[in-house]
Design a binder for this molecule. Structure first.
Ligand SMILES: Nc1ncnc2c1ncn2[C@@H]1O[C@H](COP(=O)(O)OP(=O)(O)O)[C@@H](O)[C@H]1O
Ligand SMILES: [Mg+2]
Length: 245
């Protein structure tokens, strides 16, 4: 899938947050979006997925050439878009296996036997070092912050999106878990050729990944772009967002 964002302006709860964002993510590409707190990264992620809190006021979001500005969330998911939330919610009473099975069905994924399905969940859970008993629980219910992030990775592994937006999959994780999550993302990319837009605050996760494109957001716009060398520069100098560089 090619995701294309042209001159996107959007409000979050009546407040103008995005002020002209341009971005293009293609199949197989890994893009990293960085930037200070409150610069609009999560709002951009939500606008791509069609979150009701975000209202587009100008510009367009295209998936494979088709404008999806007004498409409901479930239809975007069916096109192959996936959003990992920065703060995943807990849903008591919604069993994880049941949830994943329903989600697969809603996305018209090929039918597989229960046995195969469980085997896939178990093997994915294992590679994420997710404790096996967690899979028997309600979605994210009583999970630690790190376990919730891993649970979202498990969903992505099972749903195999064409384009995944990962909103700080590394925040709140210890060093070992960051590596596990990074390796999981690499693995999914290799197996499915999905495009990935990875939002992160820290360059740590990027020690285990090879992003082709770095974008830095500030005050609702992408103000700097480059390759991996930009990360080292940001590490050294901070974001230095004055538009003159
Ligand atoms: N639902 C909302 N209601 C009110 N303000 C919001 C909402 N979502 C985001 N904002 C505001 O928009 C700005 C950008 O937020 P966000 O996109 O979460 O930034 P980031 O993810 O880069 O830290 C912030 O000033 C934030 O307070
Ligand atoms: Mg955010």
């Amino acid at each position: 899938m090619i995701l294309e964002i042209n001159d996107l302006h959007a409000d979050a709860e009546q407040r103008n947050v995005l002020k002209g964002v341009n971005l293009r993510v293609k199949e197989g590409e890994l893009h990293v979006l960085m930037g200070p707190n409150g610069s609009g990264k999560t709002t951009l992620a939500k606008s791509i997925m069609g979150h009701p809190q975000v209202r587009i006021t100008k510009g367009e979001i295209k998936a494979d050439g088709k404008v999806i500005n007004d498409l409901p969330v479930n239809e975007r998911a069916r096109l192959g878009l996936f959003l990992q939330f920065q703060n995943p919610i807990e849903i008591e009473g919604l069993g994880i296996v049941n949830f994943l099975n329903t989600a697969r069905g809603a996305l018209n994924k090929e039918k597989i036997s229960y046995k195969e399905f469980m085997a896939e969940i178990r093997s994915r859970g294992e590679s994420l070092r997710l404790r096996e008993d967690l899979i028997g629980r309600s979605l994210n219910y009583g999970f630690s912050g790190g376990e919730k992030k891993k649970m979202e990775m498990l969903q992505m592994s099972i749903l195999k999106p064409k384009l995944a937006i990962l909103d700080e999959p590394d925040s709140g994780l210890d060093i070992d878990a960051v590596k596990v999550v990074a390796e999981n993302i690499n693995d999914i990319r290799k197996n499915t050729n999905a495009g990935v837009l990875l939002i992160t605050h820290y360059s740590r996760i990027l020690n285990y990944m090879e992003p082709g494109f770095i974008h830095v957001m500030s005050e609702g716009k992408i103000v700097r772009e480059g390759g991996k060398e930009l990360i080292e520069q940001i590490e050294r100098e901070g974001y230095q967002i004055d538009g003159s560089k």
